[in-house]
Design a protein around this ligand. Structure first.
Ligand code: ATP
Ligand code: MG
Length: 360
């Protein structure tokens, strides 16, 4: 069986550190491993419209933004096909057929959908398009025969739902669709990067993010506002490491080299944590260290993005070519699906023969 990757992001805003550690970093790693036959990366504009249908300009504006971030983070269009969801009609068609295979009750039980409905205040009037977005995600994944889907933790219920739909489809119509598997970051903390206030996951819709093109000043400002331990008032007070957002970020982003470079008094993060827990280590020290660590992650991405902006024609062409390739692949799957569902009337002579036999 071929090894194929598909993932994507909603063009609802700039990409942030959560995307980077939750999925983007893994996508670049997997792309460069050369272990995969095909890699697809989708800008999920149709899905973004399910809860932003009244603001199409926002989605349109962010399509290019997301593409710029992909390229700036190291996605290579020679290895990865970047495309825009709405420009691949087969995906919409597949969604329609898969909708028969899932109940409204099951969609309402999806924990991510549940919390997103609450967040968006949809409780009393859920747009049916929004409720169905897990089905459309199944269409995206299966259209490309994806075997692996690198995602953050919030997407696991979507993958479960996709597997269920694949099983139902194959049971009813015969073995047609490929079952996907999720791929999570190794570091469990990176699977759901918290926002700077520690209350939620970092998310575009909540506007609580450190973006991948923030200036050094913006990064500093946001880190200085980060939630630490409210009971750690004096430097001499013992501090709590668990639930302390600065330490969560250090766990994810800092390396032993960062300590050598910026905080040589400590060999590693464990020593820093120990000192903090004992007391005698102030928040400003750990925050200043984190600022340097994050600038080292974000600055190269920001600078590459600035370079790419000077060459927008190139980025546009990448998307145009990607859409072409994505259509070729998805149309093949759609053909397979329609044949399994017996709605392939004009693909060959079978239907004609059947009706002739019936009436002759
Ligand atoms: P929105 O608020 O519009 O839903 P988002 O910030 O949740 O935006 P998505 O486009 O929905 O971003 O998610 C794209 C990918 O990034 C998914 O694989 C998702 O799991 C991952 N991701 C998003 N936020 C985080 C986070 N805070 N930590 C880890 N992974 C994340
Ligand atoms: Mg999301």
């Amino acid at each position: 069986m071929q090894k194929i990757i598909l993932t994507g992001d909603r063009p609802t805003g700039k990409l942030h550190l959560g995307h980077y550690v939750g999925s983007l970093k893994n996508r670049v790693k997997l792309q460069d491993s050369n272990e995969f036959d095909e890699v697809y990366l989708m800008i999920a504009d149709s899905q973004a419209l399910t809860d932003n249908f009244d603001n199409p300009q926002k989605i349109r504006d962010n399509v290019l933004e997301v593409a710029l971030f992909y390229l700036a983070c190291g996605i290579d269009p020679k290895k990865t096909t970047i495309f825009i969801q709405s420009q691949v009609p087969a995906l919409t068609e597949l969604t329609f057929y898969y909708m028969n295979l899932v109940t409204v009750a099951r969609l309402m039980r999806n924990p991510t959908v549940k919390s997103e409905i609450k967040l968006r205040g949809f409780e009393e009037s859920i747009p049916s398009g929004f409720l169905n977005y897990p089905v459309s995600q199944t269409a995206d994944i299966t259209a490309f025969d994806a075997t692996l889907v690198p995602v953050g933790e919030d997407q696991l219920p979507m993958l479960e739902q996709a597997k269920e739909i694949v099983h139902s489809f194959n049971r009813i119509y015969g073995e047609t669709l490929v079952e996907p598997n999720s791929y999570l970051p190794e570091n469990a903390l990176a699977r759901r990067l918290p926002s700077i206030d520690g209350k939620n996951k970092m998310s575009k819709s909540l506007g609580n993010c450190i973006y991948l093109d923030d200036s050094d000043e913006e990064i500093s400002k946001k880190v200085m506002q980060m939630y630490t331990d409210p009971n750690h008032i004096k430097v001499s007070d013992p501090g709590k490491v668990e639930g302390n957002v600065v330490f969560t970020y250090l766990d994810i982003f800092s390396t032993p080299e960062d300590f050598q470079k910026y905080l040589p008094e400590y060999h590693n993060l464990d020593e820093l944590k120990e000192h903090y827990a004992q007391g005698g280590l102030g928040d400003v020290v750990i925050k200043k260290f984190l600022i340097k660590v994050l600038i080292d992650v974000i600055k190269p991405i920001r600078e590459r993005k600035e370079e790419l902006i000077k060459n927008i024609d190139y980025v546009y062409k990448v998307l145009e070519d990607g859409v072409k390739k994505a259509n070729e692949k998805a149309n093949k799957t759609l053909k397979r699906v329609k044949s399994a569902m017996k709605i392939d009337y004009f693909d060959d002579n079978k239907f004609l023969e059947e009706i002739k036999n019936k009436f002759n």
